[in-house]
Design a protein around this ligand. Structure first.
Ligand code: ADP
Ligand code: MG
Length: 245
């Protein structure tokens, strides 16, 4: 593998003094890879991906993202956050800002982009997720699927090198899941490096080049999607798949 864009080396994390939430995580992700992370609720999936854009700290080991060692260096944290986009289950749009303002806020305030340029970029991203005609609406005037597509467009406005998705369709009504997964699939086809926590196994099979299965804070299995879904290696992954498939 060429120099990984994300590199976890024996990373350990605790919540408080005694809840050991990530255990000896070793994980290398190359540019252009598409990883799906699955595992039971509470296994540490969100914590793991939140570490990648420094929304969570870790206590032991080394985590390097886009050539920045994440630790006490706040400049590294800033640099990483500008290059890593994240999309959450609950959209996390600013309800008091229009769709367009949601997209231009961070580029203008954080990245110092001139407003005109930020608006052009934002409109381009909204077109990409097929929602440009809603630019002047407020988030709560949109459907869940539309809001999530806006959240994806917002993350793309900083031209990230990595996209993190944490159960992006779990809060959506079933009929809206596909429109969001289609957008993510298109990004994957465009070569975006991405990590996605999802229980949508059909999507996982189609999008992933590698699947990681977590249980109790550990990566228990790492496999290619065909093998993982058809012939999982561990009892824990077999048990998990028997419950969700
Ligand atoms: P998953 O995304 O796989 O469901 P999480 O990473 O959200 O798992 O959580 C892993 C474990 O850590 C769970 O037991 C959860 O309750 C706990 N946890 C998550 N966030 C915190 C926090 N901020 N403080 C303490 N415990 C937490
Ligand atoms: Mg989670």
């Amino acid at each position: 593998m060429s120099e990984p864009i994300i590199n976890f080396e024996k990373v350990n994390k605790w919540y408080g003094n005694d809840f050991h939430v990530l255990r000896d995580i070793n994980l290398q992700v190359a540019q252009g890879e598409r990883l799906v992370i699955c595992g039971p609720s509470g296994s540490g999936k969100s914590t793991l991906i939140r570490c990648i854009n420094a929304l969570e700290e870790y206590q032991e080991g080394k985590l390097t993202v886009v050539d920045q060692l994440l630790g006490d260096d706040l400049k590294a944290v800033d640099a990483v956050r500008r290059q890593v986009g994240m999309v959450f289950q609950q959209f996390n749009l600013f309800p008091h800002l229009s769709v367009l303002e949601n997209l231009t806020l961070s580029p203008t305030w954080v990245a110092g982009m001139p407003k005109k340029e930020a608006i052009e970029k934002a409109m381009h991203q909204l077109e990409r997720v097929q929602i440009a005609e809603q630019a002047n609406k407020y988030p709560l005037q949109l459907s869940g699927g539309q809001q999530q597509r806006v959240a994806i467009a917002r993350a793309l406005c900083l031209t990230p090198k990595i996209m993190l998705f944490d159960e992006p369709t779990s809060a959506l009504d079933p009929e809206m899941i596909k429109e969001v997964l289609d957008v993510i699939m298109e990004l994957a086809d465009g070569g975006m490096t991405m990590l996605c926590v999802t229980h949508e196994m059909g999507f996982a099979k189609a999008v992933a080049n590698r699947v990681i299965f977590m249980d109790q804070g550990q990566i228990v299995e790492e496999n290619n999607p065909e093998e993982f879904f058809n012939n999982p290696r561990t009892d824990r992954s077999k048990d998990f798949l028997s419950k969700i498939l």
